[in-house]
Design a protein around this ligand. Structure first.
Ligand code: GAP
Length: 517
């Protein structure tokens, strides 16, 4: 799919207009790459977290939760490698004075070859019609083979340069491939430099180096340093997992794409502790399990793909990303990493404390290996928001065409499950509506709305993504029935008030999502 900037802009302004996401500190002109979640945003975010937590902790006997502090002993970040190696390679364009991540410039350039391949395939598909054999075309067309070869050659050089930490070679790739600054259009580049992404601050009133502490750049380390506490007090047997949701902070240099890359964000991470040698089996297991979690949301299987890491992080022996097709292309939402025994061994060494597990079956001590699943709450939020945003044309009974913007959110994640609407603001209808709302609010997050015409109120709920609207009219007072309108089909049926909780529950209950796992 071609990148769709217009669509993305519409989604960002919709998110603001309907109380999902606001720029942080907006009255002071905002703070770059920091955002606040509004009244509906916070509900969607909480529901995403609940879906993840239930899927990981509630549904797995051998996974338990944790909530560790953001501030941790500074040596943790020395041991984990973040002080020395959590860097981004940066390059500046001397004309525009803009700063870029050198790796992103190169990756975007490689992606252009994939776009060209896709365009050639689309053209050919139009030319050949039903006769078109896409696989054959992609594997034999000389132009495509040339594009692919070029892309692969650059990638090979790039991976080698990163592995050797050779910043001059990274710069040379940018020069050789004539990559230009998107702003100035020139190739007037500085050297490439490494920049550490951790924020630091001072603990207490003394401001010497020893009091420097970091805002955690991942939640995972809090799990590693607590693994024996949890194992012993929870009497956990390997294999077992520890799950955590929490804030993480990175001083991202190139903050782009709304809440996709933020400086303060939230992660949902699970570390799964396994017997050494079994890590790749568990890696496959969790890779598939996590994809299943995504697919159960019903956003469309074709919108996802796995991406294999060519350059592995210093701690990993296998790594895949789950990528989703955002309006700005396929991008990482989640990482699944086989982190070996790197972190625990490092903490053992730096702390001087044994972090071994006694395996009663083997009658032996060992440092477990770890498989990690790590997903960003905010990226998941953005993925769901982008997928749900639909502009629809509706032909009315009189033949005229109307338009609506609807957020087709997975019902179990929708902020408001049902809105109760009295048809008019008099004749006892508001009182009856409140009575219904008071009964339903024990089961679902509901809203009451009596302002504006019923049509306008439906549109407002569509834009918020509310799965059901319940309308109370004069007939309700006579026979205790209401109309219930479904968001996506806009179909309305008349039902007895006593049936409402059951009808709504069938669609919005989180357990329907969990049963698909
Ligand atoms: N513990 C492993 C780890 O942190 P990562 O790939 O750096 O791995 C995991 O991050 C996930 O966290 C990413 O897949 C992404 O969803 C989210 N994430 C990372 N940096 C982010 C940022 N600056 N803004 C928003 N989400 C981010």
């Amino acid at each position: 799919m071609a990148h769709n900037e217009d669509l993305f802009k519409k989604i960002i302004s919709h998110a603001k207009e309907y109380g999902y996401v606001f720029p942080s500190s907006e009255i002071y002109d905002g703070l770059s790459a920091v955002y606040d979640y509004g009244q509906y945003g916070v509900e969607l975010k909480n529901n995403i977290k609940q879906y993840w937590w239930s899927a990981m902790v509630q549904m797995n006997e051998n996974v338990v939760g944790l909530d560790s502090a953001i501030f941790m002993h500074p040596t943790i970040w020395k041991a984990s490698g973040h002080v020395d190696a959590f860097n981004d390679p940066l390059i500046d364009n001397k004309d525009s004075k803009k700063r870029y991540r050198a790796d992103v410039l190169i990756e975007d350039h490689i992606e252009k070859f994939n776009d060209k391949i896709e365009k050639e395939a689309e053209k050919a598909a139009k030319r050949f019609g039903d006769q078109f054999d896409r696989e054959l075309f992609l594997s034999t067309n000389p132009k495509i083979l040339e594009y692919r070869k070029k892309g692969e050659e650059i990638k090979e050089k790039f991976v080698l340069a990163l592995e050797n930490n050779d910043l001059e070679a990274v710069r040379q790739i940018i020069i050789d491939n004539e990559i230009v600054c998107p702003i100035s259009g020139t190739r007037n580049w500085t050297e490439v430099r490494q920049f550490n992404l951790m924020f630091d601050t001072k603990l207490g009133s003394v401001t010497d180096d020893a009091s420097t502490i970091y805002l955690r750049p991942e939640t995972a380390q809090g799990i590693f340093v607590n693994y024996l506490n949890v194992q012993k007090t929870g009497r956990m047997k390997i294999p077992f997992g520890i799950a955590q949701i929490g804030k993480a902070f990175r001083n991202e240099i190139v903050a782009r794409q709304f809440i996709f890359r933020m400086r303060e964000f939230e992660q949902m991470e699970m570390q799964f502790f396994v017997k050494p040698g079994e890590e790749l089996t568990w890696f496959e297991f969790w890779k598939n399990r996590r994809m299943q979690w995504h697919l159960a949301l019903g956003l469309g299987n074709q919108k996802y793909r796995f991406y294999k890491h060519d350059k592995l992080a210093h701690y990993a022996n296998a790594a895949f990303d789950i990528q989703y097709e955002f309006p700005f292309g396929f991008k990482e939402v989640e990482g699944i990493h086989s982190r070996t025994d790197y972190d625990l061994s490092q903490h053992q060494q730096f702390s001087g404390k044994k972090l071994q597990y006694f395996d009663p079956e083997l009658n032996q001590n060992y440092v477990p290996f770890v498989v990690e699943t790590s997903i960003g709450v905010d990226r998941t939020f953005l993925m769901i928001l982008c997928n749900s945003f639909v502009e629809e044309k509706i032909t009315k009974e009189d033949g005229s065409v109307d338009e609506r913007v609807v957020l087709k959110l997975p019902p179990a994640l929708a902020p408001i499950k049902a809105t109760v609407l009295p048809l008019v603001k008099k004749d006892g209808l508001p009182e009856k509506a409140h009575e219904i709302m008071d009964a339903l609010k024990f089961d679902f997050n509901c809203q009451y709305d009596e302002k504006d015409s019923i049509g306008k109120r439906y549109r407002r709920q569509d834009a918020i993504g509310t799965p059901y609207c319940i309308t109370i009219d004069h007939e309700t007072l006579e026979n205790n029935t209401v109309t219930i309108r479904e968001r996506d089909t806009m179909e309305q049926i008349r039902v007895d008030i006593s049936k409402l909780a059951e009808i709504i529950g069938q669609k919005v209950d989180m357990k329907h999502l969990l049963k698909r796992l």
